[in-house]
Write a protein that binds this ligand. Structure first.
Ligand code: PGA
Length: 327
């Protein structure tokens, strides 16, 4: 859905660029003989000025359009600064090898562990965003800051990170994070000016019991209540069927991913409003790779991905980006 918009804008921009080059020569070659040279010059200058203004409007329009989103979650896969540097180098080369239209269509966000955020931000291509994998490990935000070992939103932003990933199943299911705590973090992140990638997902037994949508609506409902009005463009919802994540898991079928994401968008539409449903990006996560990405990218309500394993390989990541950008 978003891609079509981007493609149309890109096509219009290209058209205007072409006509900008073409028009001055056209106007001077067909000038009527009776016009004197001053009139022709003034006419040509006015047309060129008009073209420049239209061009400027289109460039701004194109760069502010909502982009498709890809988050790459490193989890704990990289554990030394040497490996971090190698990974960043590979990502920079990959990004530089993309076409401009592909870069313009995608917002790529790399999510390293806390300790590498600063290093990654300093070395990564400036057009790629950096996000934390979590924040505020302690019990929510404490105004007196007596949270030894916690990392606040302000700290994350101070090292140039723009996003924070919240609600991942690793944290919900291995560490017992609850919707209420996740909602507190969402509010704190948005108040700090960070974007939020909110992961929600049902467990296998919940799906088998027919509770998938009910579980997802509950998780999303608590989170949505924490999002201030007008902040939905800073929120990316990642549908993560927990049974579809990680080594050996079976990915969710594209039909089911579409059914769920459409239901989630409708939920936000009905509970919050049409503007929020339009501004929020709904993505899919769970065993996305360079082979199956095309089937998800074509779906009307999939505005991107969060990738785990495939995001660690710049060649696979490039293929996923290109697939999404051309869908
Ligand atoms: P995966 O991880 O792509 O390796 O399945 C996805 C996730 O953790 O959300």
């Amino acid at each position: 859905m978003v891609t079509n918009l981007m493609t149309q804008r890109w096509a219009l921009l290209t058209f205007i660029l072409r006509s900008s080059l073409f028009f001055p020569s056209f106007s001077s070659s067909t000038e009527p003989a009776i016009l004197n040279s001053t009139v022709v010059l003034l006419f040509t200058m006015t047309i060129t000025l008009l073209q420049l203004v239209i061009l400027l409007v289109c460039v701004t329009w194109s760069s502010t359009a909502t982009k498709l989103f890809i988050g790459a979650n490193w989890k704990c896969s990289i554990e030394s600064v040497e490996d971090v540097d190698r990974q960043v180098e590979g990502l920079n080369e990959m990004w530089s090898s993309l076409d401009q239209a592909e870069k313009d269509a995608i917002e790529l966000c790399i999510n390293p562990p806390f300790v590498y955020l600063d290093r990654v931000r300093a070395k990564l291509h400036k057009e790629i965003s950096v996000g934390s994998q979590n924040a505020l490990d302690a019990r929510g935000h404490s105004p007196d800051r007596r949270n030894t070992g916690a990392t606040t939103m302000a700290m994350i932003r101070s090292v140039g990170s723009e996003w924070v990933l919240l609600g991942h199943s690793d944290r919900r299911n291995n560490l017992g994070e609850k919707d209420k705590l996740i909602a507190t973090k969402i509010r704190a992140a948005l108040d700090e000016g960070l974007g939020v990638t909110l992961t929600i997902g049902e467990l296998k037994w919940q799906r088998n019991m027919g509770l998938a949508l009910r579980t997802l609506r509950k998780q999303l409902g608590v989170a949505a209540a924490a999002v201030p009005e007008g902040k939905w463009e800073s929120v990316v919802v990642a549908y993560e069927p927990v049974w579809a994540v990680g080594e050996g898991a079976t990915p969710c079928s594209p039909e089911e991913a579409q059914r769920v994401n459409a239901a989630l968008r409708k939920f936000i539409h009905d509970k919050v409003g049409p503007e929020a449903a339009k501004a929020c990006r709904f993505t899919y996560t769970g065993s996305v790779n360079e082979i199956n990405a095309a089937a998800y990218a074509a779906l009307a309500d999939v505005d991107g991905f969060v990738v785990g394993r495939a995001g660690l390989d710049p060649v696979k990541l490039k293929s996923i980006i290109q697939t999404l950008a051309s869908s």
